[in-house]
Design a protein around this ligand. Sequence first.
Ligand code: GDP
Ligand code: MG
Length: 441
Amino acid sequence: LSDRLGSVFDRLTKQGALSEDDVKTALREVRVALLEADVSLPVVRNFVKSVEKKATGAAVTKSITPGQQVVKIVHDELIEVLRGEGEPGELRIGSAPAPILMVGLQGGGKTTTTAKLAKRLTERDKKKVLMASLDVQRPAAMEQLAVLGTQIGVDTLPIVKGEDPVAIAKRAKTQASLGGYDVYMLDTAGRLSIDEELMAQVEAVRDVTSPRETLLVVDGLTGQDAVHTAENFDERIGISGVVLTRMDGDGRGGAALSMRAITGKPIKFVGLGEKMDALETFEPERVAGRILGMGDIVALVEKAQQTLEAEQAERMMKRFQKGQFNMNDLKMQLEQMQKMGGMEGMMSMMPGMGKMAKQMEGAGIDDTMLRRQVALINSMTKKERANPALLQASRKKRIAKGSGLEVSELNKLLKQQRQMGDMMKKMGKGGMLKQAMSGMF
Ligand code: GDP
Ligand code: MG
């Protein structure tokens, strides 16, 4: 709600714009905050540069300082970068049995995360899951997964001594098919640092199973190293997503931003402890707040924006109640309609307007029509928009010509604006306007 309303009001009420100096000064502090959060230097540089471009010239909300405004813009941008595309927490499972390959360095949290994820898939998504440990380096590692499996009630592939990882992966695949499993998870071995043998091994496993998801598990506290690891695994193996562990620690989690910026791969989950239910869907808002560490300022700006929007909405409603519904209002509505899937979508959200929606449908009002109407309004002067009563014959001709449309279409638009105005006035008396407006935005 507030986003859409916000963008509308930004245009209507510019309180002043951020100067280059404002932005530069504020970004100096942001840069320090990001570096303190362990975001890697090249990522900080790029991020700051892109925000600088976006922020310069942006509107400053009433009662907010330019510096505070920049922080809010940075915060929003951080969320954007962290989120990327797709749904965090969603895995591509598809047809059974779906292989999920878990990769990463030793001690990053692969085995723990494998079990946590298996538990989540079993309990939340009602999947039948099989886990297999391919960690032949450390016999205790296989045992570790078996113990976790018993603890969470998820099957593990029986351990056969002397098998290599590829053989285990093949056996897991066969077992998953025969046993009717939806998902089989392959927990690979890790090294303390990336080496050729590790990569070749993971690659071979990948080739015999063609994983639906290849999740890189990395310690979120390792900052720069985590990014280096991610780059390497992505280049060599190709990862589909990232799980950041140890996000329950003291670190600010800057690795999340670096990871997103450098690999472009989605962060799907975060590990928040050693317990089996300490796995959560990655939430960009939460992590952004933590990385930036300026939550108070962000909250302040949001509050000011909400207050301003409420004031604006109130003022607008008062005008509507008095029957003052001008072309700016109509334009805003038309644009909202376009966004909301046309006339029907919007009307269905406004009480008592179902009938009108049908009428308009009957009159052939559709998206093309909406675009033409907006074009007509764009051809009007500021004064004309605020006071459509000014529109006499010569002005009408000029506007029609300017938008490449007929005067008759303009007349229809004027009629619509009057009708809407009357309706708003009537609804205002019945107290329905408030309800209708909250549905609109
Ligand atoms: P692997 O070598 O990659 O398989 O790593 P493990 O799964 O064996 O985890 C190594 C250690 O990190 C274990 O003691 C885990 O309990 C711990 N660990 C894993 N994930 C988390 C997490 O999200 N938070 C915390 N605090 N500890 C974790
Ligand atoms: Mg392990």
